[in-house]
Design a protein around this ligand. Sequence first.
Ligand code: DAH
Length: 339
Amino acid sequence: MLQNIDKILEEARQFKAETKKEIEQFRILYLGKKGALSELFKNFKDVPADQKKEVGQKINQLKQFVSEKIDALQAGISEEARTDDSRDLTLPGPPVQAGARHPISIVRNEIISIFGRLGYTISEGPEIEDDWHVFSSLNFPPEHPARDMQDTFFIEKDPDILLRTHTSSVQVRVMEKESLPIRTISPGRVFRNEAISARAHCIFHQVEGLYIDKNVSFADLKQTLLYFAREMFGKHVEIRLRPSYFPFTEPSAEMDISCQICGGKGCNVCKYTGWLEILGCGMVDPNVLEFNKIDSKKYTGFAFGMGVERVAMLKYQVKDLRLYFENDLRFLEQFKAAY
Ligand code: DAH
């Protein structure tokens, strides 16, 4: 028996296995169900008692040798695979899908960049606001019907806490904490209790603008907005200002840009008027300056507010607002080329 084990050990030592298949054959030959080792264990019961210890040790040594040899052979194979130079390491890897900015972010960033070139800083304020910052300090008297125009979402029962309906609230926060002169834009999200349709959504984005200094005039406002319109929509764009009403500006206006589709001749995009409405603006009402402790005899200012979705709709000719919120990749992927 002992000699037999030595013979098997010697054969195992000599065994040459290089491929995966050969290593498997080796394993089956020695460790398999009908392999050499299981045969030895089977015959172990017939070994005389005084030899059992020595024979047992030998069989275990053989088993250990075979297991270690299999491990070593397998490690050798993977080592070889690693240095296998039949692989072409210069082949390009699988393509990486690049993401893209959302069109609303693209337009917002462009608005920020245009006003940045005019020296405007960026300011932000909270989305959950109080009545003072959204309405009262902007010259909305308590019972004024203009409050209804804004379809406010109130939070719980306290009518003082609400979701801001416009970013004009940030004007107030800036006036409270910053020193004059002020030249800032405030991009942000706003909320209105409106039914969702192609033209309206309950969440959308605005950019507010505010400029306060000595001798700021309506002519400055007009020139600033003309610069903005031409940077955003092209250098042949014309603007027109129509008288309007906002509680926080006096006089107030709404600005239209000439329709770029028909060049002002009239088409179904501009509803045959040649003009497209884009923003609200005006001279800051002296009451608003005074509410915020700014001397309205010394200082004047202008303000404007625009909807980012509105600008994006005009820029990209996308007529259904809902597309901006659905995150359908077939829509979003069309903006990949833009920054
Ligand atoms: N806050 C107005 C709105 O949400 C937009 C607006 C109009 C802002 C005129 C202004 C402004 O600063 O002067 O409809």
